[in-house]
Write a protein that binds this ligand. Structure first.
Ligand SMILES: [Zn+2]
Ligand SMILES: [Zn+2]
Length: 300
C-alpha cells in the first residue's frame, strides 16, 4: 500500500483550490483596507486567465509527458518502493534537487526562460501571481529534468505527486503579507525568500531557485536573503505591458524567435536559444530610491 496515494492527491485538488482562493480573498481585503498597499485587480484577473490556459495546456501535454515517463519506467530495470518512508523521503530530496536545476536553468537558458518568464511577469506579488505559469513546458522540455527520478525506479505517478505537493506549497509563498520567518530563512523557502526570487533588483536577480528547501541554493551559491535596505521591485527588467493572457504567455517566445531569425545563421540562432536570456538589453534597471539612499553593498 502506497504511503501517499497519487490518486488521492487529485481528490484533494478541490480542497487546495478552496484554500488558495480563500487566502487570495483575505489578502485582497487586507491589502485594500488594512495595509493600504493597493491591489492591481486587472493583473490578478490576468493571472487567472493565464492559469486557465495553463490548465488546458497541462492537460494536453500531460498525456504526452505521461506516456514518455511510462516508457522510461518500463525500460528501467530499477524499482523503488512506494510503501517505505525512506523511499518517499529520498524522492522528496531528489525532486527538490531536480527542481532546483530545472528552475535555475529556466532562468539561464533562453529556450527554457521563454516558458518560465511568464511566472515572472507580475509586478505585484500576490497569491494569484503564483498561478501565472507558462503554457509551453512541453516545448521547452522542462519535463526532461524529472526523467532521472523515473529512471532510478520511482513510479511516474509518485514523482508527479511529490512535484505537485512542492508546487502547492509554493503557492503560499507569493505574498507580501508575511515577513521574515527567523531561523527558517535560508533553510526553507519562505515568502521573504521568494520575494527575492521575483525581484529584478540587480542584487536579487537569479537567486533562490529552491522549491520547498533552500539547501541547494546554499550549496550552489545562489541564496540571497531579503534586505531591509533594498525593497523588492517585481517583474521582468523588460516588462510585458499587457493583461491579455495570450500576450503574457507568448511575449518572451516572440522576443526569442525574433532574435533567432535575425541571428544570420542557424548556428548563431541556436546559440541565442541556448544562451542567457536577452532580457536585460539595457543592463541594469534604473536605480530606485533605496539604491540612491544606501551604499550598494551595505549589509542587511
Ligand atoms: Zn523563477
Ligand atoms: Zn514564484
Amino acid at each position: 500500500m502506497a504511503l501517499i496515494n497519487p490518486e488521492s492527491l487529485q481528490h484533494t485538488a478541490p480542497l487546495f483550490a478552496v484554500v488558495a482562493a480563500g487566502a487570495a480573498l483575505l489578502e485582497f481585503l487586507l491589502r485594500r483596507f488594512v495595509t493600504r498597499q493597493g491591489y492591481d485587480s486587472h493583473a490578478a484577473l490576468a493571472s487567472l486567465g493565464v492559469a486557465a490556459g495553463q490548465i488546458v495546456s497541462n492537460g494536453l501535454s500531460g498525456l504526452a509527458i505521461g506516456a514518455l515517463f511510462g516508457a522510461v519506467y518500463a525500460l528501467t530495470p530499477l524499482r523503488l518502493p512506494v510503501d517505505a518512508w525512506w523511499s518517499w523521503a529520498l524522492l522528496f530530496v531528489a525532486v527538490e534537487f531536480l527542481y532546483y536545476w530545472q528552475h535555475r536553468l529556466s532562468h539561464e537558458v533562453y529556450w527554457l526562460w521563454a516558458t518560465h518568464s511568464v511566472h515572472h511577469t507580475p509586478e505585484e506579488l500576490t497569491f494569484p501571481a503564483a498561478s501565472r505559469l507558462g503554457w509551453t513546458g512541453l516545448i521547452s522540455g522542462l519535463w526532461v529534468f524529472f526523467v532521472p527520478a523515473v529512471a532510478l525506479g520511482w513510479r511516474p505517478e509518485a514523482v508527479a505527486a511529490v512535484l505537485a505537493l512542492n508546487l502547492r506549497f509554493q503557492y503560499f509563498l507569493h505574498t507580501e503579507l508575511v515577513g521574515r520567518l527567523g531561523p527558517l530563512e535560508g533553510v526553507l523557502n519562505t515568502p521573504s525568500a521568494h520575494r527575492v526570487h521575483h525581484a529584478s533588483n540587480p542584487i536579487y536577480i537569479d537567486r533562490n531557485f529552491g522549491g520547498v528547501l533552500l539547501i541547494f541554493d546554499r550549496l550552489f551559491g545562489t541564496y540571497q536573503a531579503e534586505r531591509r535596505d533594498e525593497a523588492c521591485r517585481y517583474g521582468l527588467t523588460e516588462a510585458v505591458k499587457s493583461h491579455n493572457p495570450f500576450v503574457i504567455a507568448t511575449a518572451e517566445w516572440v522576443r526569442l524567435l525574433k532574435a533567432m531569425t535575425r541571428a544570420g545563421s542557424p548556428g548563431r540562432a541556436l546559440r541565442i536559444a541556448a544562451g542567457y536570456p536577452g532580457r536585460r538589453p539595457n543592463a541594469r534597471p534604473a536605480p530606485g530610491p533605496s539604491e540612491a539612499r544606501y551604499p550598494p553593498n551595505r549589509a542587511a
